[in-house]
Design a protein around this ligand. Structure first.
Ligand code: ARG
Length: 465
């Protein structure tokens, strides 16, 4: 079924080539903006009424028509299928005209699809950003819960993927908590810039009708109105920024995934992934694969791709609107879908995660992870750090040669390197002391970490208020 003639058909004598029409069509994907665009249309209609362009009864008819169309889409599953509309905006307008007749033809007064699409896109994105933030919040909660479930658990910390120093498992959880906190901040900032109304900019020069743009903005819950009509219809920096913020979420998620993939391997055996988020091999019966985490890691590339696509699409575009910009939707839609899913799956992984505490504790005490402690011990006895570092290096070398950890050596062995080392060295090298000594803000001492956990919980509580 065809809805109507083209909205812009007046100056055309021939119809569009079928392949071009398909190429030009964005309804297949921008129908996702349907509800947002209806809301934008209703606000524009009210603006036209207030400006005296529409009579009260005309504006009432249009609004009722728009709400009817919205409702119809709810129960009529085929509503979006039987149409040849070019995009969501022409779809709505043609449905309106079909429903209420000629009055519907007045709605587009003082408006262009250029400011209309920018408005619908911002309205839609605004809600999605809030949704994504909520899911990040849930993931953070799952990190805190995991930390609390195994509050005293210790794991080896790594640099260069070499065992470095022992840390609390909760410290690892809180590291990701912090990253996701900043991600939420970034989303908030983007949200503020998205939340500005472009409607009233018309095609590029501004509207010729006395529409109170501030009032329209208020009705749609926008914080303000765009200050320049050319800018308003021609930039998509808000979308690029949004995908940028999502790219960083994906960077964080991919590292989180990579850590857990490693920890689940036979080489580490720090965690066992739940069956709920793993798959088997079609060939090797013993396999349990971390597909959920691998997909999260993999999807990061896809989101970065969208960011590059948007940047390249916008680069060098002449003022003002250009059809190239229709390409913004799919990149943003796909980003929203995949970021949400990745965050949700990460949360499920975290909720089902159990750390093999004995094994990680053992790993945290093998591999000279307390060597820095010994250097600090010497520093406390007045040895310059660089000298202490050198002496401890020698002790480690000796330990490696006889296959013993530092705390398995004899006092005599230590004293060969420094006479300053006494019996209290063994306590200083203990796992408990090693952890407890990192007691400044941001450190991994249990005292600091438990405090940080409380603060993290409180900050999430405050967000719930
Ligand atoms: N579908 C178009 C888009 O997404 C809507 C704006 C069309 N504007 C125009 N002047 N053809 O960008």
């Amino acid at each position: 079924m065809t809805d109507t003639k083209k909205l812009w058909g007046g100056r055309f004598t021939e119809s569009a080539d079928a392949t071009f029409a398909k190429f030009n069509n964005s309804f297949t994907f921008d129908k996702r903006l349907f509800e947002a665009d209806i809301r934008g249309c209703v606000a524009h209609c009210e603006g036209l009424f207030q400006a005296g362009v529409l009579t009260r009864s005309e504006s009432e008819r249009i609004k009722t028509g728009l709400w009817t169309i919205l409702k119809r889409s709810d129960f009529d599953k085929k509503y979006f299928e039987e149409t040849d509309a070019e995009d969501v905006h022409s779809f709505i307008e043609s449905k309106l005209i079909h429903l209420i007749g000629d009055t519907g033809r007045k709605l587009h007064t003082g408006r262009s699809r250029n400011d209309q699409v920018a408005t619908a896109f911002r309205l839609w994105l605004r809600e999605e950003i809030t949704e994504i933030s909520k899911i990040v919040h849930e993931l953070q909660k799952s990190l805190i819960d995991a930390a609390e479930r195994q509050k005293d658990a210790v794991i080896p910390g790594y640099t260069h993927l070499q065992r470095a120093q022992p840390i609390l498992w909760a410290h690892w959880c809180l590291a990701y908590f912090e990253m996701f906190d900043r991600d939420k901040e970034r989303l908030d900032e983007v949200w503020r810039r998205v939340n500005i109304l472009p409607l009233g900019s018309a095609a590029l020069a501004g509207t010729a009708y006395e529409i109170d743009r501030e009032a329209v903005a208020k009705e749609l819950g926008f914080e303000g109105v765009t200050a320049n009509s050319l800018d308003a219809v021609s930039d998509r920096d808000f979308a690029i920024e949004f995908v940028g913020a999502c790219s960083l979420i994906m960077v964080h998620l991919s590292r989180f995934a990579e850590d857990l993939i490693l920890y689940a391997s036979s080489e580490f055996q720090f965690i066992e992934l739940s069956d709920a988020v793993s798959t088997g091999s079609s060939l090797m019966p013993q396999k349990k694969n971390p597909d959920a985490l691998e997909l999260i890691r993999g999807k990061a590339g896809r989101i970065f791709g969208h960011q590059t696509a948007l940047l390249s699409m916008m680069k060098g575009l002449p003022m003002a609107y250009n059809k190239d910009m229709q390409e913004d939707k799919e990149a943003v839609f796909d980003t929203v879908d995949n970021v949400k899913l990745s965050l949700q799956v990460a949360e499920i992984v975290m909720r089902n995660l159990h750390l093999k505490e004995e094994r990680t504790r053992q790993a945290a005490t093998k591999g000279y992870l307390n060597a820095t402690e010994l250097a600090d011990y010497l520093v406390n006895k007045g040895v310059p750090f660089r000298t202490a570092h050198d002496s401890v290096g020698k002790v480690v070398l000796y330990g490696i040669s006889i296959g013993k950890e530092l705390n398995e050596l004899n006092l005599v062995d230590f004293q060969k390197v420094s006479k300053l080392i006494e019996n209290d060295v063994f306590e200083a090298l203990s796992l408990e002391k090693t952890l407890a000594s990192k007691n400044q803000i941001g450190g991994t001492s249990p005292e600091r970490v438990f405090q940080a956990l409380e603060e993290a919980k409180n900050s999430l509580e405050r967000e719930n208020e």
